[in-house]
Design a binder for this molecule. Structure first.
Ligand SMILES: [Zn+2]
Length: 239
């Protein structure tokens, strides 16, 4: 399996690593990586690998077999051989924007406390699909409420909980905005705010900013009707 360094330090922009395998499709598996694999609506990371005098651009990152993470080269160039020690560097500007949008969507689900049926993230904007028969009446008020949550600059932290702890504390699931997946042994929870100021707790494997103020200025975009009971709410980064 690949050690997921983006979990322990989402702010790591570059680090070292060792090639442990190539995939049949021409991907590269490292022993440990800061590259986030596409999932949970968040795109896979791009960047580059550096070894000796060589540079290989990475176009995206995907989940592979088992717990492998696969770095996908931008062009079919020579791969670093298995065993190569190298330096891995993220396209940080893009990833940090994913972190801002992603954390902003957690707050959007606080501003609109309704069930979420889907979502997607890019470096410009994100969207959530809500089980919401009627569109919000006042888009400007929604935007102001979301910006106010961001501007509280609340800490974003993580906790891990085991299936056994979840079973022993059914009330905990009620405090979560999304039910956690079961049967994985343990689940990562992302918390926004602490103690009495906690405003969100949900299972999530993505990458987040450390405090909500880092999201910066946002704007609510189009609110689209997607079926009888669903509304798609778009949120843009302003800068
Ligand atoms: Zn998340």
């Amino acid at each position: 399996m690949t050690e997921m360094l983006f979990r322990s330090d989402p702010y790591a922009r570059e680090t070292i690593g060792t090639v442990v395998a190539h995939t049949a499709e021409g991907g590269i598996v490292l022993d440990a990586t800061i590259f986030y694999p596409q999932g949970g609506g968040q795109p896979g990371d791009s960047g580059a690998l550096h070894w000796r005098d060589q540079i290989l651009r990475i176009a995206t990152t995907l989940k592979g077999e088992g717990d492998q993470i696969v770095l996908v080269p931008a062009e079919p160039a020579g791969l670093p051989p298995v065993g190569t020690a190298l330096r891995q560097a993220l396209d940080w500007e893009r990833r940090f924007r994913h972190m801002r949008v992603h954390t902003g969507l957690h707050l959007l689900s606080v501003a609109i406390p309704l069930p979420v049926s889907g979502g997607a993230i890019s470096s410009e904007k994100g969207r959530l699909d809500f089980d919401m028969p009627e569109a919000p009446e006042d888009k400007e008020a929604l935007e102001a409420a979301l910006q106010a949550l961001i501007d509280r600059d609340l800490p974003v932290t993580e906790d891990w909980i085991t299936d056994a702890e979840l079973d022993a504390n059914p009330g905990l699931v009620k405090t979560m905005s999304v039910a956690p997946p079961k049967g994985q042994g343990r689940v990562r929870l992302v918390r926004i705010g602490q103690g009495a100021a906690q405003i969100d707790l949900q299972p999530c494997g993505g990458t987040h900013v450390a405090t909500t103020g880092e999201i910066g200025r946002i704007r609510i975009g189009k609110i689209e009707k997607k079926g009888a009971r669903n509304r798609r709410v778009n949120m843009h980064l302003v800068d």
